[in-house]
Design a protein around this ligand. Structure first.
Ligand code: NDP
Length: 336
């Protein structure tokens, strides 16, 4: 089998040399284990954090270890009564073309919910992230205004659609005019601003003021950086900020875009509620999420975009590009 391991840790943005493609022996499933041929693998921003040795909510990938990833594929051998060859499953198989895991760590996929790739995006980890952060922390109410960046990605696009369905005004922020068009035309956002078109937070803040005439009640935070600085200037009193991600800072640069004193002052003087969360702590609500969102995806009421790269060997460059906004929709790699 083939796999991609972490060859070295990045100093700033990851580079191809941080990864190494290896051939290794095909695993043999032990008692209660299942062997899976991977069909599609997910690439997600959190993987940048796993490449660093810094202490975080999850252990880093060690040098020489297979890069972490969720993936979907077909069971080819099973020593568990719960799975049979031919079953389609989701598991943390890593950046690899095969994976062997205990049956307890696999989820059987329901084909009635749509293509199996949706288990990596709108009906998987990014989907429940959007749903949880918006509803449990954002506390959306009809008539309010929500802003979300990375608006065409799997998290941002679902946040926007769920908020629209609840009667909010939804303003996206995305990289480039094409993505902004997708946000409004495909995902139904009321407006979308291209963060690249504004040279600094002040210019973006002025544009946000026009796009959000009643101010901002919920900022679903995916990016940090100058977007955060611009949004804070426009937040309403008692606004809520679910802190989901801060991708603008993942490579260690750009901290000056948002001075801490200014952020603290906004939180204090506007009585903001700011709450971070890591979705892996909230999977107890997965059945509720699927019950609510699954049928709407199946019926086409909630839309999603996928960006499918080809071949395990292309995963490193696809990942590097995604961190800079090279993806349009959920980034997936087709393996088999
Ligand atoms: P996306 O598919 O949206 O990919 C990331 C996007 O971030 C890029 O396409 C790009 O979009 C945007 N981006 C990159 N750099 C910048 C920048 N400097 N300024 C503004 N935008 C930038 O990712 P996901 O939907 O999977 O994830 C969105 C966020 O949610 C990430 O921060 C991720 O880490 C976080 N997350 C958090 C979880 C949690 O448990 N807390 C779980 C899952 C995701 P564009 O070109 O439009 O700018």
């Amino acid at each position: 089998m083939r796999r991609i391991v972490l060859a070295s840790r990045p100093d700033a943005a990851p580079v191809p040399d941080n990864f190494r493609l290896e051939e290794t022996a095909m695993p043999t499933p032990g008692e209660g284990e299942v062997l899976v041929k991977v069909e599609y693998m997910s690439l997600d921003p959190y993987m940048r954090g796993r490449m660093s040795a810094a202490k975080s909510y999850s252990a880093p990938v060690e040098i020489g270890e297979t890069m972490t990833a969720g993936a979907v594929g077909e069971v080819i051998a099973s020593n568990s009564a719960d799975f049979a060859p031919g079953d389609k499953v989701l598991g943390m198989f890593g950046w690899a073309d095969h994976g062997c895991l205990p049956a307890s760590q696999l989820r059987k996929l329901d084909p009635s919910h749509g293509p199996i790739t949706t288990a990596l995006g709108i009906l998987g980890m990014p989907g429940i992230t959007a749903w949880h952060g918006l509803n449990k922390i954002g506390q959306p109410k009809a008539g309010e205004t929500l802003v979300v960046a990375a608006a065409t990605g799997p998290v941002g696009s679902l946040v926007g659609q769920l908020a629209k369905a609840k009667g909010l005004r939804v303003v996206g922020i995305a990289g480039g005019p094409e993505k902004c068009k997708l946000a409004t035309e495909t995902f139904g956002f009321d407006a979308c601003l291209d963060h690249r078109a504004y040279e600094d937070a002040k210019a973006l803040s002025a544009a946000l003021q026009d796009a959000c005439p009643d101010g901002i009640d919920i900022y679903y935070e995916n990016v940090g950086g100058k977007v955060l600085a611009a949004v804070l200037e426009n937040m309403n009193a008692f606004g809520r900020i679910p802190v989901c991600g801060m991708i603008a800072w993942y490579n260690g640069a750009g901290a000056d875009d948002m001075p801490l004193a200014a952020a603290w002052r906004s939180i204090l003087t506007k009585f903001l509620t700011v709450q971070g969360f890591i979705i892996f702590n909230h999977y107890d609500t997965f059945p509720q999420f699927i019950e609510e969102v699954g049928p709407k995806v199946g019926a086409g009421e909630l839309r999603y975009l996928e960006d499918v790269a080809e071949g395990l060997e292309n995963a490193p460059e696809t990942f590097i590009s995604m961190l800079k906004g090279g993806n349009t929709g959920k980034q997936i790699v087709k393996i088999a």
